[in-house]
Design a protein around this ligand. Structure first.
Ligand code: MN
Ligand code: MN
Length: 296
């Protein structure tokens, strides 16, 4: 494990996240938000570990801007900005929710409080199921409902979801935190009218490479080489192929690669009763007496 790379990625991610928290996003398009955050990451010397996610309201996760996406943030919107930075493949994954409608502030506060309570109980040897229990309790005490089928995760070099899940509710099946691994904790909170789980939506605009097997289509294979070279196995967006490829060409090549199962696409995740969702997220490394939060 490269601690220094994790720390360097975390420092960039936290600076960029705090700038996004302070900024007034009403009137900006999702395209402008994604592109400006991604270019800020690059300016600070990091690489994107995945396309910036700008998930609005009942969309809990996995929405990134389409090329020239004109969807504009409104005064009443609740916007989750989830960003990832990687240095030599070591990832910092962090998120902030912004909202200009005070009646939903409690959702953001519950997500932030649950994250804080979870992280302050973690050290080497703590069980993930106990962390889930704490997250659930804090969220419920603050009048919210946790999203049960979204969870935090272990991280590995060039791998965002490395196999272990940190639940957002009490659940059976558990692992103990190790000092040799980095993890992301990410409580998601919805309202009491919410069902507390997400379903898959139709939109899919985040992709990742599954394998490098040849397709017999040289244009497809060329795109796969580009993906591997630039993003390794990490997620990417169609936007990232422009202007080297025309939008229409890139879209049809991607479609073919998804059909060949060389690339997978991720559906947006939507609260099952259409209720708004807030999120908070940090990346950390457990220690014997606490944690190092890389994205603090
Ligand atoms: Mn994230
Ligand atoms: Mn994450």
């Amino acid at each position: 494990m490269q601690i220094q790379d994790y720390l360097n990625a975390g420092k960039i991610a936290s600076e960029v996240r705090e700038n996004a928290r302070k900024k007034y996003h009403v009137g900006s398009t999702l395209f402008e938000i994604c592109e400006s955050i991604e270019s800020e990451i690059a300016k600070k010397g990091g690489k994107c570990a995945f396309p910036v996610n700008t998930s609005l309201n009942e969309i809990a996760a996995h929405y990134t801007a389409e090329p020239n996406d004109q969807k504009t943030v409104q005064e009443t919107d609740l916007l989750k900005i989830d960003l990832g930075v990687q240095v030599n493949g070591y990832i910092a994954d962090t998120a902030v929710t912004v909202c200009y409608e005070p009646s939903f502030d409690y959702l953001i506060q519950a997500a932030e409080a649950a994250l804080k309570d979870a992280i302050s109980m973690i050290r080497v040897g703590v069980k993930s199921s106990d962390v889930g229990k704490t997250i659930e309790q804090t969220i419920k005490q603050m009048g919210g409902v946790p999203i049960a089928n979204l969870s935090g995760h272990s991280l590995e070099q060039y791998t965002i979801h490395a196999g272990k899940s940190i639940p957002n509710v009490w659940s059976i099946g558990s692992f103990s935190f190790l000092p040799t691994e980095a993890y992301a904790c990410e409580p998601f909170v919805t309202t009491r009218e919410g069902l507390g789980f997400v379903r898959e939506g139709k939109t899919r605009n985040i992709f990742s490479l599954v394998s490098r097997k040849k397709t017999k289509d040289p244009e497809c294979d060329k795109l796969v080489d580009y993906i591997w070279e630039k993003f390794n196995m990490l997620p990417f967006a169609l936007r990232w192929f422009l202007p080297q490829w025309k939008e229409k060409t890139a879209r049809s090549l991607l479609e073919k690669l998804v059909k060949h199962k060389v690339v997978r696409s991720y559906p947006v995740l939507i609260e099952a009763n259409g209720q708004r969702v807030a999120q908070a997220e940090h990346t950390f490394i457990p220690q014997e007496s606490g944690v190092t939060i890389t994205t603090l």
